[in-house]
Design a protein around this ligand. Structure first.
Ligand SMILES: Nc1ncnc2c1ncn2[C@@H]1O[C@H](COP(=O)(O)OP(=O)(O)O)[C@@H](O)[C@H]1O
Ligand SMILES: [Mg+2]
Length: 391
């Protein structure tokens, strides 16, 4: 038998370092979150000059970089503390996975001790173990409680209360626990009065979803980190950013880049193209249904054939090129092309039904023009579907 595994493994790849596309990989720098990281440093800098605890609440929609920012900050801050001979340690706990006070404490202690029995200790005993661990070096623990809303909903705010009280019990000691709470929305409704007042959720850092330029900066960084130089053209980064900006989640950037990279490898292509991105997107959510296409009248179908063809080798076309391609598609079928104004209404309709995307572009063109793209399906696949329907 042919050694197909070896063949595939030895094939070229556009991806240089797949680990940089893992979800939990946190890059050294987070483009677009510099201001927020600075704010965290300002907020926590007291820990390096005597303060033992400080709390913050990060909120924002899925994929806004809450987890990445919290981890990045903790790593950088612990390193800066080390230089100043202050012991800062950090632990990340997911409230969706650890939904009770004792499960969270077991997670924290396991991380700090390297090994901790996962049963057999009461919450009180575990808090004592925590004191014991932090006291000798006056360690400030930064505890990221991610998706804390889930934890609070399931088991109330006891833990938050216990941990904030923990610092008071430490008395004049030099150690303490700082909480970095993360949730999509407000958590105050889940806190009882005692925890709400001890926590004094005055420090709230809201993160907005990234916009298109923000997504493009993230895409560019990931490409540099994970792909071989020169394999991903800028227009591909731009297309990835457009699609990701629709959902507002930076996670989409990474999914799309990975999917597109694999699609390129599958074709033994040395370059990632817009078609690979569309294929990656269509893979996860094939939104363009045959039904939708069938519902289009003849000239709207022909306009879309033209657009699909024009987009085979490029991420974007200007409307003039799309219109020319529409004319050719008409000629092939012996149809008289409709006029310019009519073509514009086709574009509007196709955009309205989500079959194409249109945006204004200033860059690279004289003035501002409308440029068209496909997000949901590779141009080739769309053209084939349409031609089948037109037959
Ligand atoms: N500013 C950024 N720069 C680089 N990568 C980012 C940035 N923001 C988010 N990411 C990446 O996007 C993905 C989603 O971010 P994440 O922090 O998990 O979002 P959230 O926790 O808000 O849902 C992660 O893989 C993360 O590394
Ligand atoms: Mg998260």
């Amino acid at each position: 038998m042919r050694d197909l595994v070896e063949e595939e493994l030895r094939g070229p790849s556009v991806i240089r370092d797949a680990a940089k596309l893992a979800f939990d990989y946190v890059p050294d720098e987070l483009p677009g979150r510099e201001a927020e990281e600075r704010q965290l440093v300002q907020l926590f800098k007291g820990l390096l000059s005597g303060a033992t605890s400080q709390h913050v609440h990060l909120t924002g929609p899925v994929g806004a970089g809450k987890t990445a920012l919290a981890k990045r900050f903790c790593k950088d801050f612990a390193e800066a503390a080390k230089k100043r001979d202050v012991s800062v340690q950090w632990v990340h706990i997911n409230g969706r996975k650890r939904t009770s006070a004792s499960a969270v404490l077991i997670g924290v202690l396991a991380e700090l001790y390297g090994d901790f029995p996962d049963r057999g200790f009461s919450v009180d005993e575990m808090l004592k173990s925590l004191h014991k661990k932090l006291e000798p070096q006056g360690t400030r623990l930064l505890l990221i409680l991610d998706e804390v809303d889930v934890l609070l909903k399931r088991s109330g705010s006891d833990l938050v209360y216990l941990l904030t009280r923990f610092n008071e019990e430490a008395n004049l000691a030099q150690h303490g626990v700082s909480l970095i709470l993360i949730s999509q929305g407000d958590v105050r409704p889940y806190l009882d009065d005692a925890s709400a007042s001890t926590l004094k959720l005055t420090h709230h850092l809201p993160l907005k979803a990234y916009d298109q330029p923000g997504m493009q900066a993230i895409a560019h960084q990931r490409v540099e980190l994970a792909f071989h130089p020169g394999t991903v053209p800028e227009e591909v980064e731009e297309l990835v950013a457009d699609i990701a900006a629709e959902s507002g989640s930076a996670r989409r950037v990474i999914e799309l880049l990975e999917g597109a990279g694999l699609a390129a490898d599958g074709e033994r292509s040395r370059r990632v193209s817009a078609e690979h991105v569309r294929a990656a997107k269509a893979d996860v959510e094939s939104v363009v249904t045959e039904q939708q296409l069938r519902a289009l009248d003849l000239h709207r179908k022909l306009a879309l054939v033209g657009i699909a063809r024009a987009l085979r080798d490029t991420a974007y076309v200007v409307t003039g090129d799309a219109e020319r391609a529409y004319h050719i598609a008409c000629e092939e079928r012996g149809e008289e092309p409709r006029g310019h104004t009519q073509f514009w209404t086709y574009l509007k309709d196709l955009e309205g039904s989500g079959l194409i995307d249109a945006k204004r572009s200033g860059k690279g063109h004289a003035g501002s023009t409308t440029i068209i793209s496909l997000h949901d399906i590779p141009g080739r696949a769309l053209e084939e579907k349409l031609l089948k329907l037109l037959r």
